[in-house]
Unconditional design. Structure first.
Length: 307
């Protein structure tokens, strides 16, 4: 193999969701609307929580950070996708691709750990209500957030550095609408064995750890709720968790489908799964949390009336 073939690629081509020209403008309109709804919805959630003294507790603290992370998460992916939907040459530079991959992994992991922190918050509130204020104090919440951010940054850096050591010498066409790890790995000429092993060990552990934390928290909540004698008490306890469980199911269901199978089985269906946890979940979060939460709904109504 000649030295010219081993030269690092300067750019990639993102194939997008569809290669048909007639699909580009409808897709642009659809994802532009979804992106704007995501921005507005999550921004309203943040402003409502910050402006209402009744919402100054750990649950809403984590929800406001989750909304901010969702804004960043979609902003990493969607604007570039919108530009490429209207552009004739759907290119992305190598450096931009690695940067996009890094921040996509960072904010995706932050989302995951925030969902786990919110599950712990619900567990303490329902199973240990008399010690809720002392257990979920501001210092502990900030520490949970700091751990989530620090671990997510280190985890993402590891995966990007492992991708950066690979040689890309054949096609530069990424079968995706952004620089996700798996479709980029499929273009590598050098061995991706280490990347795949790390993804299936450290990567799986980093995703499954918060997921297991959520499952254990909700099992404990379920046991506690079933011991409540009144039916109204059970319904009230379940209602405080229903919105969070809905988001957790959407997020982890789509991530598990895409990442926990061999690289060779990566197909177009994985792109659809990616849309669910990158765009759809971030867009639906404000509606799920506001429509199923009386205090949140009242705060949003006050905020909108003031605006």
């Amino acid at each position: 193999m000649g030295m010219s073939n081993l030269t690092r690629l300067s750019e990639f081509i993102l194939i997008g969701l569809s290669s048909r020209p007639e699909d580009q403008k409808p897709l642009f309109a659809l994802f532009l609307i979804m992106y704007l709804v995501t921005l507005m919805g999550n921004l309203l959630i943040i402003l409502a929580i910050r402006s209402d003294p009744k919402l100054q507790n750990p649950m809403y603290f984590f929800l406001s950070i989750l909304s901010f992370a969702d804004i960043c998460y979609t902003t990493v992916v969607v604007p570039k996708m919108l530009v490429n939907l209207l552009a004739e040459t759907k290119t992305i530079s190598y450096a931009e691709c690695m940067t996009q991959m890094y921040f996509f992994l960072v904010f995706g992991n932050i989302d995951s750990y925030l969902l786990a922190a919110m599950a712990i918050d619900r567990y303490v509130a329902i199973c240990n209500p008399f010690h809720y204020v002392t257990v979920m104090n501001h210092r502990r919440c900030v520490l949970l957030l700091a751990f989530s951010v620090a671990f997510s940054c280190l985890h993402s850096l590891l995966h990007v550095l492992l991708v950066n050591r690979l040689t890309f010498c054949a096609s530069n066409v990424i079968q995706h609408f952004f620089c996700d790890v798996n479709p980029v790995l499929k273009l590598a000429c050098s061995s991706t064995f280490v990347n795949e092993v790390i993804a299936m060990t450290e990567g799986m552990a980093s995703v499954m750890a918060p997921c297991i934390c959520i499952i254990i928290s909700y099992l404990r909540i379920l046991i506690a709720v079933l011991n409540i004698p009144s039916a109204s008490g059970k319904c009230k306890a379940f209602s405080t968790c229903s919105s969070h469980l809905t988001v957790v199911t959407l997020f982890y269901g789509s991530i598990s489908y895409e990442y926990f199978h061999p690289l060779s089985r990566y197909t177009v269906k994985d792109r659809i799964a990616t849309i669910i946890y990158t765009v759809l979940t971030s867009m639906l979060n404000p509606f799920i949390y506001s429509l199923r939460n009386k205090d949140m709904k009242q705060s949003l109504e006050k905020l909108i009336s003031r605006i």
